[in-house]
Design a protein around this ligand. Structure first.
Ligand SMILES: Cc1ncc(COP(=O)(O)O)c(C=O)c1O
Length: 416
């Protein structure tokens, strides 16, 4: 049999498998990194807490009333320990860290920042965007008219610190998105050396900010439970105390969308944030904050809780890794993250859009190809983000196996 006959035989076989997949009439979803129902049940106690008899915070504030814009001290103390940030530099805020990131950028556009009171909107500014990255970060910067510069990770998975240093010579570069632990979606964790370089590199703009989104700071999938890097301390030591802006939340610790967010920065940045946020709100939801402080109890309480999440999540990541190895070895590569919520599949070049389209037609929803890139532009059309947390193990097996069929068919179609 000639090579092309062999290829078309396998194309026909792959088409037949795909038709069989479609006939199963699946309705599966691998799109968003949502906690599963079993994970949400781990926080059932949060909803059972009786607050009606005791609604006073540690500093004697009645949480039922307005006020306390910095958030409850007892909850800030827990996250201070988890993130390695002094309490005065860490605020406990509303239900979503993404809102805080959005608002910080809007305040910067309208009012400028410490170190440069010229509003960012007065110039065409740019953000560095490590890719693949988090689609909602890119949605914020795109919606607010900020130019995005894609910054591919190196083959080794490390940040391209040399390229970052070069980009920082451009005075339009005012920001950089970064998920420093178990990045969404690539799973990379910033090393202490990289962090030190990031806060030390000279920049043409005095007001360059790193949006250090530590969304997965305590979301380990292995026994190694690295502590969050003290990026604020490193930045202060490097003479750039205002450079990092730290974000975190309990969205994937307790209830997604019903948790508490955190913002931490240098004293100057915190004062700046207070000034502008004080116009927006009379204070965060302290009732929910008190519930969280009592339910989580301590930093160790959070770690214990996260180990229960891990028991539910780790088998799902293991299943994804096993299926991808069984079905796609020689047809792409994928990550094996040590924490966080995502696996990144790098399919053969030029196949991601088609594979996602085939999967959708077979009832398997996958995040659109390109979503992990600014302007949805994946130059290789290869990256597919897999979110294994929500489906049951059985559904996950069906979804990943179906997705593998789609990748193989897309590849064979391209080669035909
Ligand atoms: C990197 C990252 N940051 C932020 C968020 C959203 O956080 P929040 O619910 O606190 O807005 C997510 C959710 O997927 C995320 O992956």
């Amino acid at each position: 049999m000639s090579v092309s006959t062999a290829a078309s035989a396998s194309l026909n076989e792959l088409k037949a498998s795909y038709e069989a997949l479609k006939a199963r009439d699946l309705k599966l979803d691998l799109t968003r990194g949502k906690p599963s129902l079993a994970q949400l049940d781990l926080s059932a106690g949060l909803l059972d807490l009786p607050l009606s008899a005791d609604h006073t915070s540690a500093d004697g504030v009645d949480v039922r009333n307005y006020g306390g814009t910095d958030g409850l001290p007892e909850l800030r103390a827990i996250y201070s320990e988890l993130l390695g940030i002094p309490v005065p530099q860490l605020l406990a805020l509303g239900n979503a860290s993404l809102t805080v990131m959005h608002d910080v950028i809007v305040h910067s556009l309208l009012h400028g920042v410490p170190g440069n009171t010229v509003p960012w909107r007065d110039e065409q500014i740019s953000f560095l965007c490590p890719v693949p990255g988090y689609d909602r970060h890119f949605a914020i910067t795109e919606a607010l008219g900020i130019r995005m510069i894609p910054l591919p990770y190196l083959e080794s998975g490390r940040l391209d610190v040399t390229a970052i240093g070069e980009h920082l010579q451009d005075p339009s570069v005012r920001g950089m998105w970064l998920v420093p632990m178990y990045a969404n979606p690539g799973g990379q964790t910033v090393t202490p050396e990289e962090a030190e370089a990031l806060v030390s590199l000279p920049s043409a703009a005095a007001d360059f900010r790193i949006f250090w989104d530590n969304a997965y700071a305590v979301h380990h999938l292995t026994d190694a439970e690295p502590a969050a890097l003290d990026v604020l301390g490193l930045a202060a030591a490097a003479g750039h105390p205002d450079r990092p802006l730290v974000f975190a939340s309990t969205s994937k610790v307790t209830l997604a969308g019903g948790g508490v967010s955190f913002f931490a920065a240098s004293p100057a940045n915190i004062d700046w944030y207070r000034l502008h946020a004080g116009v927006q709100t009379i204070g965060p939801d302290k009732v929910n904050q008190l519930r969280h402080a009592r339910f989580l109890g301590s930093a160790e309480g959070v770690h214990a809780h996260m180990r229960r999440h891990r028991e539910l999540l780790a088998p799902k990541f293991a299943l994804v890794g096993r299926l991808l190895a069984e079905r796609l070895t020689g047809h792409g590569s994928w990550t094996a993250p040590l924490g966080g919520y995502f696996v990144t599949l790098t399919a053969p070049t030029g196949t991601a859009t088609r594979a996602v389209e085939l999967a959708k037609a077979a009832g398997i929803a996958v995040t659109p190809a390109g979503a992990a890139f600014p302007y949805s532009d994946d130059p290789e059309d290869a990256v597919i983000r897999i979110a294994p947390s929500f489906p049951s193990l059985d559904d996950l097996e069906a979804a990943i196996s179906g997705l593998c069929d789609c990748v193989l068919l897309a590849e064979a179609e391209l080669a035909a």
